[in-house]
Ligand binder design. Structure first.
Ligand SMILES: C=C(O[C@@H]1C=C(C(=O)O)C=C[C@H]1O)C(=O)O
Length: 466
């Protein structure tokens, strides 16, 4: 393939300045440069000057890592059912006033917005009240690792008077600090004290009632969650938290979003939707069992899961819904006939990968709107399940189990469902874990399953279940 010569940042500014209409006040530009390999975790840690507006993301396959520093633009979407379309149009109209060159068309670079939505439309309640219902951030500086290549994207405003040399000088200086500057050692903030929202007795009553309601009414499946609070002796140091989160990742998405004093972080196996060119990918993940102590035991458990009627039923609801949700937005949707096993560190799931060919006019937010929440996060029928969760679940979901991810200048993007996650404020981390309840669920099994789902974040925090 013919390799085009890359324009330097200086050349990109000159080029973009030449295209400015004479009367333009100023425009925002994405400037992208190819760099030597660096650690995205270190980049985040060195960006201490941007504390409160950083983010980190790594895809489940590890082929794309993003670390953002500073908020060049912050977009919030309107409340309610139209929030996905509103976020899409706000991002689109912001991008209309932006300029970039071909350098910004590599995957995961350029005018990329990172953010997400809360699970339910409507204003967030305690402990989420600081977090907007839908938030997307265009970073001031973005580090991208995509398929083994590394890039930095800078966002700046330019006008006819802009002196390219001065801009380059300033960006070089920022880059120097972020790539080669000192990194402060972040202290550990433990030990922690754990507070369970529900005693086992209360959980048992809650699940028994749900099973009864499923048996008696129109509900077939509902995903219900528990909340665990960890309280530390010191405020949580985000730099250290990210290090622990990253070190313990398995094949899941790693995400962390700082919003002022609030941090939302997790490591989720669950892809909601990825769009890359005309390729659409989603995943059905539902049905769970623990890991075995030996390979033999592990395989026996996997086999039991694959043959378990209750888990297969829970899984099939997700498969049917995702297939229906994608059909109007894809030329073709392909998925295997039966699920395979997804093995994570502490748990294994039934997993059906889904592939589609995108319709040209569909935007990633159109997919999200049709997919969220899948029956892996909400239930079946969707409307009844959501009402059930809102009325009965004794916690505020906020961004838990909701779409989180990024969308770039070419309409590509990747969103995950934010499970195996936690909300961190000062000395407190609130962890979330849910499980699909169907007519033959039992409280104890579901309790143990949620315990397994707390493990990844608890381990990051240096704790474990009793
Ligand atoms: C809701 C969660 O997990 C979901 C529920 C699962 C299940 O019920 O088997 C499995 C994976 C996820 O789709 C969670 O981890 O909080």
């Amino acid at each position: 393939m013919l390799q085009m010569k890359q324009l330097s940042i200086y050349e990109q500014i000159i080029h973009l300045k030449e295209q400015l209409p004479a009367e333009a006040d100023s425009v925002s530009v994405s400037l992208v440069e190819h760099i030597q390999p660096v650690s995205a975790v270190c980049f985040f840690q060195k960006a201490a000057d941007y504390a409160g507006s950083r983010f980190f993301w790594q895809s489940a396959e590890g082929d794309l890592t993003l670390a953002g520093a500073g908020a060049f633009a912050t977009l919030e979407a309107a409340s309610g059912a139209g929030r996905f379309q509103d976020a899409q149009s706000k991002i689109a109209s912001y991008k209309q006033n932006m300029r970039w060159t071909e350098e910004a068309e590599h995957r995961g670079t350029g005018p990329l917005f990172f953010g997400g939505f809360s699970f339910f439309p409507g204003e967030n309640q305690t402990p989420w009240e600081e977090v907007p219902e839908a938030l997307f951030i265009l970073p001031e500086i973005l580090l991208t690792q995509a398929n083994g290549q590394y890039f930095i994207t800078y966002h700046v405003n330019i006008d006819q008077q802009t002196d390219p040399e001065k801009v380059v000088e300033r960006l070089e200086c920022q880059k120097e600090n972020l790539l080669h500057g000192e990194k402060q050692e972040a202290p550990w903030f433990g030990p922690l004290e754990l507070h369970d929202r529900l005693s086992y007795t209360d959980w048992k009553t809650f699940i028994e009632q749900a099973v009864q309601d499923i048996t008696d009414g129109p509900l077939n499946k509902v995903v219900l969650a528990r909340q665990l609070k960890a309280i530390f002796t010191q405020p949580v140091a985000v730099e250290r938290l990210l290090e622990e989160l990253y070190a313990r990742r398995s094949n899941d998405y790693v995400f962390l979003l700082e919003y002022g004093e609030t941090v939302f972080a997790g490591a989720t196996p669950e892809r909601l939707v990825q769009v890359e060119g005309s390729r659409v990918r989603s995943a059905c993940i539902a049905g769970s069992i623990g890991r075995g102590a030996t390979t033999l035991e592990d395989e026996a458990k996997a086999e039991a899961l694959l043959n378990d009627e209750k888990n297969r039923e829970e899984h099939q609801y997700v498969v049917d819904m995702i297939q229906d949700a994608l059909a109007p937005l894809c030329e073709k949707v392909k998925l295997p006939e039966s699920p395979e096993i997804m093995r994570l560190k502490t748990i294994q799931h039934l997993y059906t990968p889904v592939h589609g060919k995108a319709l040209a006019e569909a935007h990633i937010f159109d997919y999200i709107e049709r997919l969220h929440p899948t029956p892996a996060m909400g239930g079946v029928p969707q409307k009844e399940a959501l009402t059930y969760i809102e009325e009965n679940e004794p916690l505020e979901r906020g961004w838990y189990a909701a779409p989180i991810g990024w969308v770039d200048g070419s309409g590509g993007g990747d969103f995950a469902a934010a499970i195996r996650s936690m909300l961190i404020q000062e000395r407190t981390a609130v962890l979330f874990a849910g499980c699909g309840i169907v007519a033959d669920s039992t409280p104890l099994e579901e309790y143990e399953e949620t315990n397994l789902k707390f493990q990844p974040m608890l381990q990051v925090l240096g704790g474990r279940m009793k």
